[in-house]
Write a protein that binds this ligand. Structure first.
Ligand code: FNR
Length: 342
């Protein structure tokens, strides 16, 4: 199967398999504050992720690229919406365009329609430092995301089977490039031991890409004739992954992602220790099913609602929201006790 066909397949199956949204945030309760002593107009949503100062803690996470005119249109729309709302946007893996320059258009369009915005380049951990530099230059990226997707590869019939050496390659890339390197999962979460190794390797932000939203084991199984179902419910839920890393790994920004769909999910991700949150499948669904204007409206609504939540909690900045008291119950509490991380 061609890479182009696979990318369109991914989009269709991502929409079809949907988002169960069992990412653990329902276990998190904010402690209500009757005396927040602030005003909505005092809320400042600026944040800092891996050395980048951003006007909002929300961004559009990596999805697509390569694969012909349909992906050009999707990337153009995602990047224009990001520009209109003042949020960063990541492109999907650029390896196809590095191997086949005729596929560069769907990535380059992202910078073309968003000259001043913050863009994240994206590659897998098989990349070399030279490929990383090419991906960054292709879109004049402000940061590079490297995705880790072992389980997706295993379930993909044509996927990789050898995962050795990834940490060394990431370290070499972090050393070689002159933008911050972020490492992300794609829906299976990151534990604190892996996060700590990545921080030591020079990674500036860890995007947990937790379980509970888009599920690449199920998406890949939709494309297999002989199912590999062991991984269908595999992974660390987003809330638990953020909390366990935040309690133990220092000097690295944390990004909450995986099944994030609204302002409350984002607020909870930040309260558990994230500096920002990425949304992928949910935004793609709105764009494809309801169109560009609906996506822009949704992003603006999420930003507005996040401000309201921060005001209710008396948190005037993202830093203060990170300190907001929460009650953790259910599976997430159990997970964190087992991991001695609460
Ligand atoms: C993705 N994702 C992804 N991630 C990545 O690092 N490189 C990529 O090329 C892709 N491609 C991709 C395609 C499609 C159609 C989807 C829906 C997602 C994963 C994405 O960035 C994110 O980590 C997961 O989707 C989990 O977040 P959501 O979707 O639950 O918000």
């Amino acid at each position: 199967m061609s890479r182009a066909k696979r990318k369109i397949d991914h989009i269709q199956h991502a929409l079809k398999t949907g988002q169960k949204r069992n990412n653990g945030f329902s276990d998190i309760l904010f402690l209500h504050q009757s005396l927040p002593d602030t005003a909505v107009h005092h809320i400042d949503m600026h944040t800092e992720i891996g050395g980048l100062v951003l006007s909002s803690p929300i961004f559009i996470n990596a999805m697509t690229g390569g694969g012909g005119s349909e992906t050009v249109k999707i990337n153009e729309a995602l990047s224009s919406a990001a520009a209109e709302c003042g949020i960063p946007v990541a492109v999907g893996s650029q390896m196809s365009a590095i191997r086949n320059p005729s596929e560069r258009e769907s990535y380059e369009i992202v910078r073309k329609v968003n000259q001043k915005g913050v863009l994240f380049a994206n590659l897998g951990s098989e990349a070399t430092p030279d490929q990383a530099k090419t991906a960054i230059d292709m879109i004049e990226a402000n940061a590079l995301q490297i995705h880790l997707n072992v389980v997706q590869e295993l379930v993909m019939p044509e996927g990789d089977r050898d995962f050795s050496g990834a940490l060394n390659r990431i370290s070499a890339i972090a050393e070689a490039v002159d933008v911050p390197v972020f490492v992300k999962e794609v829906g299976f979460g990151i534990n604190r031991e892996a996060a700590s190794k990545l921080a030591d390797a020079g990674v500036k932000a860890i995007d947990v890409g937790g379980y509970g939203g888009t599920n690449f084991a199920r998406i890949e199984n939709e494309r297999r004739s002989r199912l590999l179902e062991s991984f269908n419910d595999w992974g660390i839920p987003t809330a638990a992954s953020i909390a366990e890393i935040a309690s133990s790994v220092k000097d690295v920004s944390i990004i909450g992602s995986g099944g994030i769909q609204d302002a409350m999910d984002i607020a909870k991700a930040v309260a558990l220790g994230a500096s920002g949150a990425g949304m992928a499948g949910f935004f793609l669904k709105i764009l494809i099913e309801d169109g560009y204007e609906a996506l822009v409206l949704e992003i603006k609504n999420v930003q507005e609602e996040l401000k309201m939540i921060m005001a209710a909690l008396g948190a005037e900045s993202v830093k203060q929201l990170q300190e907001a008291p929460v009650i953790i119950s259910g599976f997430t509490h159990h997970y964190l006790s087992e991991r001695n991380a609460d």
